[in-house]
Write a protein that binds this ligand. Structure first.
Ligand code: NIG
Ligand code: FE
Length: 411
């Protein structure tokens, strides 16, 4: 099957090859092709060029995209999209003055979501999650990472991961699964953290691997959750089983987790709202991608990840939503890209690079996704007629998406 987009005002993020993520000043460059066409064949980007030199293609379905732009679909490398119910009450509690930490301390937070999830059947959990996935795909997300971590028992963690596996089977977009058993300490283990970590390492992770349910391992490395030593132990055990680390770190406190993550060859370190200079030094000689989650900062009213400091140091940066019921009940990558510009002072070019190429790296799919490159998957966003790509983050709160394609098929 062939689809031919013609009369594109602009083809955005056009690259010959993408062997590495974009760092520092490289992030300012967003290559485009004006007045362009693009051919999709068998779900892949087959060819593209300028309208003035368009060849004749036999039996291709033509889409006249006058005034519109085509760009690689958003890649959301950090979500907790599989969860049960919601935490609207905590939202109101925070409006009335409690902090996220105070809510967690009185039994709310992650543990509250775990209680709900444990009581939800796998089928019901699947249906709730499927509807969220469909919602974010309509908003331009064309690849997604999803974490466990609202189960906190072997049975419930496996239930979450099986739901992710079912989503993988039923949807064509790339989905990566991350085991986040170390998200919070279940109340039964309050006085016995070591026993919970033993359970994670000796029971949960081996079963997860036996069923082939995860690619990555995550830990919430934070005061009151899991220490640097705990993180080290869990990542080490995960690595032995073949799980690559991707961790939550430096959200509220800088306790040294970045160094441990880098030592374990983490693919990404996510959150980083609180960063110290030595954290940046550690990242400099690494292959680890820093990931910022600005819609979490917006929702919780916490600091934004210092993107300028990170990029101006010469480091790469990716953007993701953190879609979850507690700190970010939104999976809208368009808003994330806008917030990156508005609140983190990233240029539109940097933000789009961070949500496509660098996000693809943070999800381990840069060789097949994240740019307009021949042979890559035709996972695309076709915009409405807009004056420039910068109009996307500028007109925050609106999406300006005409249609979304996964492997060349319209969502
Ligand atoms: O990434 N920080 C840890 N985990 C999630 C929030 C979890 C929750 O509140 O349910 C996050 O923000
Ligand atoms: Fe998260």
């Amino acid at each position: 099957m062939k689809t031919l987009f013609t009369n594109l005002k602009q083809l955005v993020q056009v690259r010959e090859e993408t062997l590495k993520p974009l760092k520092g000043s490289e992030m300012k460059e967003l290559p485009v092709l004006n007045d362009a066409w693009l051919l999709v064949e068998d779900g892949k980007i087959a060819d593209f060029g300028r309208m003035s030199e368009i060849p004749f293609f036999e039996d291709a379905t033509e889409i006249d995209a006058s005034g519109k732009m085509l760009l690689p679909g958003w890649i959301d490398s950090h979500t907790h999209l599989v969860y049960a119910g919601n935490r609207e009450q905590e939202f109101v509690d925070r409006i009335n003055g409690l902090t996220y930490e105070e809510i967690a301390a009185k039994g709310g937070g992650i543990v509250n979501s775990a209680k709900k999830l444990q009581q939800t059947s796998e089928d019901d959990l699947y249906l709730q999650s499927e509807s969220r996935l469909k919602e974010v795909m309509k908003m331009g997300t064309t690849a997604i990472e999803i974490k466990s971590g609202y189960g906190l028992t072997t049975e419930a963690e496996l239930k979450m991961l099986r739901v992710i596996q079912r989503l993988k089977k039923n949807f064509d977009l790339p989905i990566k699964a991350t085991f986040l058993g170390a998200h919070a300490l279940p109340p039964e283990y309050k006085e016995n953290k070591e026993a919970y970590i033993d359970l994670l390492i000796n029971e949960m992770m081996p079963q997860v691997m036996e069923e082939g349910l995860a690619e990555y391992v995550d830990v919430f490395c934070e005061k009151g959750y899991f220490s640097v030593e705990d993180t080290d132990r869990i990542l080490e055990a995960g690595k032995k089983l073949g799980l690559i680390p991707k961790i939550h770190v430096n959200q509220f406190n800088a306790i040294g987790g970045i160094k441990t993550a880098v030592q374990h060859g983490a693919l990404s370190v996510d959150h980083l709202e609180v960063l110290q200079t030595d954290d940046l030094d550690v990242l400099e000689d690494s292959e680890t991608m820093p990931v910022a989650l600005p819609s979490c900062s917006l929702f919780l009213g916490i600091p934004y990840t210092p993107a300028r400091k990170i990029i101006d140091t010469g480091l790469p940066l990716a953007l993701a939503t953190d879609y979850n019921p507690g700190s970010t009940p939104s999976g809208n990558m368009n808003l994330v890209v806008s917030l990156a510009c508005i609140k983190m002072k990233m240029n539109p070019e940097e933000a789009i690079n961070a949500a496509t190429i660098n996000a693809a790296y943070a999800m381990g799919i840069l060789d097949t996704h994240g740019s307009i490159t021949k042979g890559k998957a035709a996972n695309l966003i076709l915009t409405e007629p807009i004056p420039s790509y910068g109009f996307l983050p500028y007109s925050f709160g609106a999406n300006h998406i005409d249609s979304v394609y996964i492997n060349g098929k319209k969502v």
